[in-house]
Design a protein around this ligand. Structure first.
Ligand code: COA
Length: 257
């Protein structure tokens, strides 16, 4: 994979978008590589994944040279390409392990979309975000379900329509970013999350992600049965039994190395 830099260190896998000359804008090659990477991570025993960008920026969104060439594609090819992009965002969104976004420089258009599919986002103080598509005469269409879910309808209406760039502080206010830190401390902030996540049980983390996706936007009464089933299964599972026993026996659980 030439468009990505991948590095595995124990339970932690890092992937960096690696087209710094275009500020990591993504084209069909990046989409194919990142989708394949997500599948390989999902099938591996990695416990935490970190997404970042090589060079001056996290990601400048979709590659505008690639997108503008679509005028020469057939309708079928154009739609196929767009579906591949949606599949990439879905694959990242449903990763069974935590995905931490490490954001510096710019995260614009689909770059902001990538932030929206991360579970945890750590951003440099001077990072710039934006759903800039409307300024380019296009739309944040594929990323909209992820973005609207993350930031809510009110902020989406303001930010999709103005297409204005906004700060890391604003991104934190609207729930897109969780921690803002000077760029020199980005890795330390990411490591803090990694250490915390490695003390949570892997199957419980995967289950928590599925649970959130299941209950989000639903009335409590409509999900009461599925939530009861979920805890009933979890508390008798090997992992649940081990975690509770470890607490009662005042020892670390087996997933804490
Ligand atoms: N698609 C294709 N090429 C892009 C790109 C994109 N989304 N974003 C940047 N590039 C290219 C530039 O055209 C430039 O190419 P060149 O060296 O051949 O001139 C190169 O990347 C560097 O960009 P530049 O603007 O000079 O870098 P910068 O560090 O000053 O600014 C950004 C970086 C990301 C802030 C700026 O490039 C930008 O605003 N890009 C557009 C982002 C955007 O609106 N994306 C939404 C896409 S839907």
């Amino acid at each position: 994979m030439t468009t990505l830099l991948i590095n595995r260190s124990g339970p932690v896998v890092r992937v960096a978008l690696n087209r710094p000359e275009v500020r990591n804008a993504f084209n069909e090659d990046v989409i194919a590589d990142l989708t394949a990477w997500a599948a390989s991570v999902a099938a591996s025993d990695a416990r935490v994944a970190i997404l970042s960008g090589a060079g001056k920026a996290f990601c400048a969104g979709a590659d505008l040279s690639w997108m503008s060439k679509m005028a020469g594609y057939s309708q079928e090819e154009n739609e196929h390409d767009a579906r591949q992009m949606a599949a990439m965002f879905n694959a990242l969104d449903t990763l069974p392990i935590p995905l931490i976004g490490r954001i510096h420089g710019a995260a614009l258009g689909g770059g902001t979309g990538l932030a929206a599919v991360c579970d945890i986002v750590v951003a440099a103080k001077d990072a710039v975000f934006g759903f800039t598509e409307a300024k380019l005469g296009i739309l944040p269409a594929v990323i909209s379900p992820f973005a609207v879910r993350k930031i809510g309808v009110s902020s989406a209406r303001e930010l999709f329509l103005t297409a204005a760039r906004f700060s890391a502080a604003r991104a934190k206010d609207i729930g897109l970013v969780h921690t803002v830190t000077p760029e020199v401390s980005l890795d330390a902030a990411v490591d803090g999350y990694v250490n915390e996540l490695l003390t949570s049980a892997p199957e419980a983390i995967a289950g928590a992600k599925r649970l959130i996706a299941t209950v989000a936007g639903r009335a409590p009464i409509d999900v009461a049965e599925v939530t009861a089933q979920t805890i009933a299964q979890r508390r008798v599972s090997d992992e649940g039994q081990e975690g509770m026993r470890a607490f009662l026996e005042k020892r670390p659980a087996r997933w804490i190395s």
